[in-house]
Design a binder for this molecule. Structure first.
Ligand code: OGA
Ligand code: MN
Length: 206
């Protein structure tokens, strides 16, 4: 299920630079099963929103990808979530991050789709701690992920989406963007979250 050697340095990379890139993170059969799952639910992908719950807005000047939140309707989704739970436990043990749950969605970018510069979490306003991005296919061209240096307009790294690559980064720290896709691009974006419960009300997902 997991390609363990690929995970050798990821914790020290997160510690030192706030992000890590894990190539061949998941075996090819699971990637194929997740891709098949995407094709199964293809008609149900919807334009992604910005914000949370009541102030969810559709603004296609900021992002044009289509998403589908995991709903546990396939074994592939359950297996992927189990892998992320495992990573969550390791992050908690290593960094005492207090991560509480993990939420994720498939994302589909077709020709011209993009996601402009953004952060996934705003200080004090979100409970997203670590972002994960996993690539399900390898577009020939376009759809690069650009991660900027903290508090800077300089590029830290540009990542060409490649099937099997998993990226983890600190959600509040890195502005990032997805450059316009040329070929179809399938991925899973997810967030390890801390519990932002207030007066005993557990924060609901999304
Ligand atoms: C996101 C995101 C990056 C990518 O969905 O918030 O930034 O490479 N995705 O798909
Ligand atoms: Mn993002």
């Amino acid at each position: 299920m997991l390609n363990l050697p690929a995970y050798e340095n990821y914790l020290s990379e997160i510690e030192q630079q706030g992000y890590c890139i894990i190539h061949s993170a998941i075996d090819e059969q699971l990637i194929a099963d997740l891709m098949a799952d995407c094709y199964r639910i293809n008609p149900h992908f919807t334009l992604a929103g910005i914000g949370r719950q009541s102030n969810l807005q559709i603004d296609d000047t900021i992002r044009k990808d289509k998403t589908y939140w995991f709903d546990g309707t396939s074994q592939a989704q359950l297996t992927y979530q189990a892998i992320m739970e495992n990573i969550k436990t390791t992050l908690n043990r290593t960094f005492f991050m207090g991560l509480f749950d993990y939420e994720c969605h498939y994302a589909k970018y077709t020709h011209g789709d993009f996601y402009k510069k953004h952060v996934d979490a705003f200080k004090g306003r979100s409970n997203r701690v670590i972002t994960s991005v996993f690539y399900l296919n390898t577009p020939n061209e376009g759809g690069e992920l650009v991660i900027y240096k903290p508090k800077s307009k300089e590029i830290e790294i540009t990542i060409k989406p490649t099937a099997g690559t998993l990226i983890l980064f600190e959600s509040e720290r890195f502005v990032h963007e997805v450059l316009p896709a040329i070929d179809k691009r399938y991925s899973i974006a997810g967030w390890f979250r801390k519990n932002a419960s207030i007066s005993g009300i557990i924060d609901p997902p999304r």
